[in-house]
Design a protein. Sequence first.
Length: 256
Amino acid sequence: MAVTAEQTLGRMRWPEVTADDGRPAPVLLVPVGSLEQHGPALCLATDALVAAHAAQRAAARLAGGGQRFLVAPVVPCGASGEHEGFPGTLSVGHDALHLLLVELARSACRWAQGVVFVNGHGGNVATIVDVVSQLRAEGRGVAWTACRVPGDDAHAGRAETSLMLVVAPETVLVDRLEPGCTDPVADLVPRLRSEGVRAVSPNGVLGDPTTASRELGRRLIGDLVDRLVAELSDIDVGAHGRLRRPDRVDAPVTIR
């Protein structure tokens, strides 16, 4: 099911955003990505493309229900300092990302019931948690969720490559797929933080993308969208402002 013009904010006209027909004000889904190296085979916009795709499919699935969901244009750049050893990476850093997301949500909350950041890049998480905490302290209906695939490899490996074979297959250079550093990520974290990804993996890959497949990608994106739909169908906000996953039992707080 494809997202329609009536769900894509950038394609709408202002009278359509909060139509005077008795419907509630919409919830705005804001995909947040990055523009950073993803090895020799995946494109720089991988995280942004996955986040936008997941948000759009979830909005399409939820269309016609009691709550309206609109999808904002993706925030294309994030905090990607650990990847700046590779040409093409554009990182705005935590301070700039924080300011952008805070002001974006404040503006949206003038007409939207709430804002949900759909994050596609792990390096953005600390900033997004701070952003959502600040906005909720101001009394705004803001939360976040992630496009993280449970148990996946760290970066540009099997999981991300499988996702991109479904989300944007034309961007995957299959003949350039090659393993990178396959050490456990937990063991690499100190060096990743102090030296960056290139010091750990010269090709930028953390994992082995050569085992990726469209079949796995369809399952992963299906599971990701199913989870997002479940989270948005009955919005509860748990710890750190994150949407409460249906399989978790942490005490819920409504988005308002």
